[in-house]
Structures are given as structure tokens and as C-alpha cells.
Design a protein around this ligand. Structure first.
Ligand SMILES: [Zn+2]
Length: 430
């Protein structure tokens, strides 16, 4: 391999991985707590000495170090441990942020369990050029950390901590470092010792950073009874800063979710959005039980509504109009008053002519023979009732027949010269 090739190898491209803001080598060494005489400091001093020299001499240095090939690949870097400066270490630091999310009417929220589990992240630090260093971050799954997590989790301000890795964890940690190092400086299949050696010369340290992962349960207490729970899970620092919130309480009856909770008289824990007042009965009930009155728009319990027999629309009885002939409640626009009659529904107004032999008409006339004097019968019927309308000398007879009872529920008459109707609400025959 000639010099030009070596130089090209030494400058092997690295993938664009996220990194913390640039620090200087000196700042990093101060952070590491290393002093004079430390191998890292000596290496840095050598690097500084070489600062003004050419790429070719860097290559020479790489060749010198070639004996130590693959140190990073073996995960064999100086390993230190740290925590983010602002990362919560105690449950009490996050409990307020979690519990304060809930507003419990006449009760309160409390932690029914909370753990702050330290989860490791990996930072690999290497020298880039001159005194500049660069950090590359990896998650516990070995994947490159999302760049937005670095400021979010406070990874740009770390403090050294006592080792938490146990002796038995070390091989796993070394493997983690090795895999991550290969991701930062990929080594091709040919295993170029020179490249590897050069990469190794630039590695400074691996830092296992412990971030707390909060998880647990919130219970809602009313008097002595805990009713209802919610769980939470996320980075503790996210809860601390309100970027993460526990789950909303879900009403078991309606499925509505909220951070506002209230208890109903029957002990059901729910959320305000799930309950409403029926505008007809003024009772508090589930919002899912309410329907619209299709005439007035009122929100009422379903059982308060009746169905208009002509249109099928559901409405409060009070919002409907009663037909003076058939006595049914129908939507107002189906009722019209005429010069010769009171308010009357469309079915009654538009009743079809009946044949002389109509069985129902024969039945009615059999029980009330006097009505046989009327002619030009019209009528309509449903399962419950029939309306029969007869004419005589300009006068009119309307019979409301009860099909269930098989009798006349009422009848009304109007004379030839009067527009006034006389109604007889009995079964009296004429
Ligand atoms: Zn009618």
C-alpha cells in the first residue's frame, strides 16, 4: 500500500451520526478526571505535537499503533459511567409532576407504585481533528440514538457516577461498545489493519450513561377507598419537565378519557365529559344514554322520546302536536288546522275512500246502525286504531275505532251549518 492509499484510508468516511455539541479534548479529559501521566493525556500530548504535521505523518503514527489493532472492535476502550446532571434520582422528584396531571373532584391521586429504573445508554467519544472530539450515542438496543434525545434527556451535561455495571455485566457492555464502534467506523471485509489502527488511535473513551425510566401506577382515592388506577411509563426527566404525562383515566362505562375525575353517587369513577343532565328529567346520566329530540334539539334520555308515527322522527312528547281526530302525537309540520276542522294530521286529512263492503266499516256500522246514514266513507288504520270519516247532508262524522278493544274510543260530529265539532269520548251508540 503506498502513502496515498494509506492517507485515503486514514480519512475513511464515517457515517453521519448524531453527536453532542463539540467539546475540546482538554474539556473532555477534565471531565474524565484524568491527570498528567495518564495514558490518554499522553496520547493527547502526542497528538498536539503532531498538530501541524501532514496527513502522511498521521499515517505513520497509525502504522506505529497498528500493533494495537481492533481495540475498539473488541470493545476494549476505557469505560466510565455517568448520569445526566438533571436526571431525577428519587421518586419524590417526579411524583408531583405525575400526580398533578389529575384533578380529582372530592378525592385525590396518589402513587400506588413507582420505580425509577436506571437504563443504560452508550456514548463513544473519539477525537476528530486537532483538539476537537465527538460523541456518538447508542441506545440499549444498539441502535443510534435519536438526536433529539440528547438535549431532551440532558445527555449533554453528564457527571461521573459510581460504577453500576456489575462484574458480570462487563462482557455484555464490551460487546455493546464493540458493535457501536463498528457502526461509527465501519471496517470493511478486507479488515484493513491500517484503518482499524487509525480509528483506534482516535478513540478516547466509552461512557455508559444511566437514565432513569419511570413506571408505575396512580390510584385515585375517595375517603378510604381507592377507586380506579392509571399507569405511566417514560423517561423520568420527561415527566419532570411535563413532556410526558401519565395516561388519562378511562371511564369504564363510556370510554371517555380525561385527567379530570369525579365519582358518581353509585360509586362509579368517571370523567366529567361522560356525564350529562337529561334536559327532560334533569337527572344526571351517561352522555352515551342521551339522544337528541329531533324537534326541539334537547338532549334527553332515550326513553323520554316517542316516535312520530308518520315521519318516524324521535322527539319529546311535549315537542309534538296531537291530532284532534286520531289523537296521535306527530311532528308539528304534519298537523294542519282547516276551516272545517281542528288540528289534524296528514293521515286523517288524506284518508282514502273506503268501499261500502269494507270489513271494518261493516263492523262499525253493525255496532252503531245509526251511522249507516252517512255516506262517502274515507278512512285509514294502523295496528291500534282506525279513523273512519263519513259525510251526510254537508255534515261530517269522524269515528276513532280502537282495534285492540274493538270499540269506538270517541266520535265527533259537525253539522251542515256549523264548523264546530262535538266530540263524544265514549262508546255510546246513536
Ligand atoms: Zn290524525
Amino acid at each position: 500500500m503506498n502513502k496515498a492509499q494509506s492517507t485515503a484510508s486514514a480519512r475513511s468516511p464515517t457515517p453521519a451520526l448524531p453527536s453532542s455539541p463539540v467539546e475540546t479534548l482538554e474539556q473532555f479529559q477534565q471531565w474524565l478526571g484524568t491527570g498528567p501521566g495518564d495514558p490518554l493525556a499522553e496520547q493527547a500530548a502526542r497528538d498536539r505535537q503532531r498538530g501541524g504535521e501532514t496527513d502522511a505523518s498521521e499515517t505513520d503514527a497509525a502504522e506505529t499503533d497498528a500493533a494495537e489493532t481492533g481495540a475498539a472492535e473488541r470493545g476494549d476502550l476505557e469505560l466510565v459511567e455517568a448520569v445526566p446532571v438533571g436526571d431525577p434520582q428519587q421518586v419524590r422528584e417526579v411524583s408531583g409532576s405525575i400526580l398533578d396531571c389529575y384533578r380529582v373532584c372530592d378525592g385525590h391521586s396518589e402513587l400506588a407504585g413507582c420505580t425509577l429504573e436506571p437504563r443504560p445508554l452508550l456514548r463513544l467519544t473519539r477525537r476528530t481533528s486537532g483538539d476537537e472530539i465527538r460523541h456518538d450515542w447508542f441506545g440499549g438496543d444498539g441502535q443510534t440514538l435519536e438526536p433529539e434525545l440528547i438535549p431532551r434527556l440532558g445527555l449533554d451535561r453528564l457527571r461521573r457516577c459510581e460504577p453500576r455495571l456489575r462484574r458480570g455485566d462487563e462482557p455484555v457492555a464490551r460487546q455493546w461498545i464493540a458493535t457501536a464502534a463498528r457502526a461509527v467506523v465501519p471496517i470493511d471485509a478486507a479488515g484493513q489493519a491500517r484503518r482499524r489502527a487509525d480509528a483506534d488511535a482516535r478513540w478516547l473513551a466509552a461512557t455508559v450513561v444511566w437514565c432513569r425510566w419511570a413506571s408505575g401506577t396512580v390510584a385515585f382515592r375517595f375517603g378510604n377507598a381507592a377507586v380506579g388506577r392509571c399507569s405511566f411509563a417514560g423517561w423520568a426527566i420527561d415527566f419532570l419537565h411535563g413532556r410526558e404525562r401519565p395516561e388519562k383515566y378511562r371511564c369504564p362505562i363510556t370510554g371517555y378519557r380525561s385527567y379530570d375525575l369525579l365519582m358518581l353517587g353509585d360509586g362509579t369513577l368517571t370523567v366529567p365529559a361522560a356525564v350529562a343532565v337529561c334536559q327532560a328529567t334533569e337527572q344526571t346520566c351517561w352522555k352515551t344514554e342521551l339522544e337528541h329530540c329531533e324537534v326541539s334539539g334537547a338532549r334527553v334520555r332515550e326513553e323520554c322520546l316517542v316516535t312520530c308515527p308518520i315521519t318516524g322522527r324521535r322527539a319529546l312528547p311535549g315537542a309534538l302536536k296531537r291530532c284532534s281526530w286520531c289523537e296521535r302525537l306527530v311532528v308539528p309540520e304534519q298537523v294542519a288546522a282547516g276551516a272545517d276542522r281542528g288540528p289534524c294530521c296528514r293521515d286523517c286529512r288524506e284518508a282514502e275512500p273506503l268501499a261500502e263492503a269494507d270489513p271494518l266499516l261493516r263492523q262499525v256500522l253493525t255496532t252503531h246502525p245509526a251511522w249507516a246514514r252517512y255516506r262517502r266513507w274515507r278512512g285509514w288504520e294502523d295496528a291500534e286504531r282506525a279513523v273512519l270519516i263519513g259525510q251526510r247532508w254537508g255534515g261530517q262524522l269522524v269515528v276513532l275505532w280502537d282495534r285492540q278493544q274493538k270499540n269506538v274510543r270517541k266520535y265527533g260530529k259537525r253539522g251542515r251549518f256549523t264548523r264546530r265539532w262535538t266530540w263524544v269520548p265514549t262508546q255510546v251508540s246513536e
